[in-house]
Ligand binder design. Structure first.
Ligand code: ZN
Length: 289
C-alpha cells in the first residue's frame, strides 16, 4: 500500500476535466440524501469518475497494490470505485472477533452524505472491494456525525483502515511494511500498530496466494538485480541497467512497490537477513503447485 498524493482542489479539477457536470450533479444528490437522512437512489453516477482514480493510482488497487488493466484495455471492468466509508448501512466486521479491542458499533444509515464525496473514493480490485471491504468500517471510538467531512472524520474517528488517496490520512508506509513477502505493521505499539494489524487482516494481505506469488516473483527478480549490482566481475553497463530496473520497481507506478521498497531498505541495513528472505520467497515459489 502506498500513498497517492493529491490536493483536494487538484482532484476536483481532474474530475471536472473528466466530467464537467459531475460535481454539480453530485451536490444535488448529496443535498437530497442529507435532507432524507439516508442514501437512496437507483442510478448512481460515481462510476463516471472511476477513470480519474484509476489514473491517479497508476491502475493499481488502492489496498493490495495489484496492477489491474488500464482504462483503455478494459480496466473499468477490473476496477471498482470503492467508498472508503460505506454510503449505506455499516455492519460489524466479522474479523473483529480476532482482536481484543473494540471496533465500533453498527451504523444502519451509514455515511450517506459521503456517497458523492471525492475524498471518500478509491479505485480497488474486486477482491478487496466485494468480499473483503463490503460495508464494514471498523473504528475504535464513536462514529462521527452526519455532514462531517472526511478529514474531520479521520481526526475524530481515527479509523483502523487507511485511505491512501490524497493527504488527509496517515502515509501507508507509516502503517504497513513488508518482511519478505509478508505484510507487517510498521510500528511496534500504539494506534498505528493497531491500524497495521487490522488493515493487514481486513484485506487478507498475507492470506491471498495471488498477492504472495506476485510479491515473491518481484523479490526473486530484485534478488537477481542486487546480485548483479554487487558482483565485482560484472560490467558497469550491466550494473547500471540493473540499477535502473530496481529504480523502476520502486516507482509508484510499479505493482507492490511498497514490498520492494521494504526489501531494498532491509538490504541496505542488513543484507544477510535480506538474502534469507529473498531465498524464502524463492522457496515459496518452488512450493507452489
Ligand atoms: Zn486489491
Amino acid at each position: 500500500m502506498i500513498r497517492y498524493p493529491i490536493a483536494f482542489a487538484a482532484l476536483e479539477a481532474l474530475v471536472d476535466a473528466e466530467s464537467p457536470t459531475w460535481r454539480g450533479k453530485a451536490k444535488v444528490r448529496t443535498d437530497g440524501f442529507v435532507a432524507a437522512g439516508k442514501y437512496e437512489e437507483s442510478s448512481p453516477i460515481w462510476s463516471d469518475v472511476k477513470p480519474v482514480f484509476m489514473k491517479l493510482q497508476h491502475n493499481k488497487c488502492a489496498y493490495c497494490e495489484r496492477m489491474l488493466a488500464a482504462g483503455d484495455h478494459g480496466g473499468a471492468i477490473e476496477h471498482d470505485l470503492e467508498h472508503f466509508r460505506p454510503k449505506s448501512s455499516v455492519v460489524d466486521w466479522p474479523g473483529a472477533t480476532d482482536f481484543t479491542f473494540p471496533m465500533g458499533a453498527p451504523c444502519p444509515p451509514g455515511y450517506f452524505w459521503l456517497a458523492y464525496h471525492l475524498q471518500n473514493y478509491a479505485a480497488s480490485c474486486k477482491k478487496c472491494n466485494s468480499p473483503l471491504k463490503k460495508n464494514y468500517f471498523p473504528v475504535p471510538t464513536a462514529r462521527g456525525g452526519a455532514t462531517t467531512d472526511p478529514k474531520s472524520l479521520n481526526e475524530s474517528e481515527k479509523p483502523f483502515l487507511v485511505h491512501p488517496i490524497g493527504d488527509i490520512d496517515d502515509d501507508p508506509r507509516e502503517v504497513i511494511r513488508f518482511l519478505g513477502i509478508t505484510a507487517i505493521p510498521a510500528r511496534k505499539t500504539g494506534p498505528r500498530r493497531r491500524r497495521g494489524d487490522v488493515t493487514i487482516a481486513f484485506f487478507a494481505l498475507n492470506n491471498r496466494e495471488e498477492l504472495r506469488r506476485e510479491r515473491a516473483e518481484l523479490l526473486d527478480s530484485l534478488g537477481h538485480h542486487l546480485e548483479t549490482i554487487n558482483d565485482p566481475t560484472t560490467s558497469e553497463l550491466r550494473k547500471s541497467r540493473a540499477k535502473a530496473t530496481v529504480e523502476r520497481m520502486l516507482k509508484p507506478q510499479a505493482r507492490h512497490s511498497s514490498c520492494v521498497r521494504s526489501m531494498v531498505d532491509l538490504y541496505v541495513a542488513n543484507p544477510v537477513q535480506a538474502q534469507e528472505l529473498i531465498d524464502q520467497a524463492r522457496a515459496f515459489l518452488d512450493s507452489l503447485p
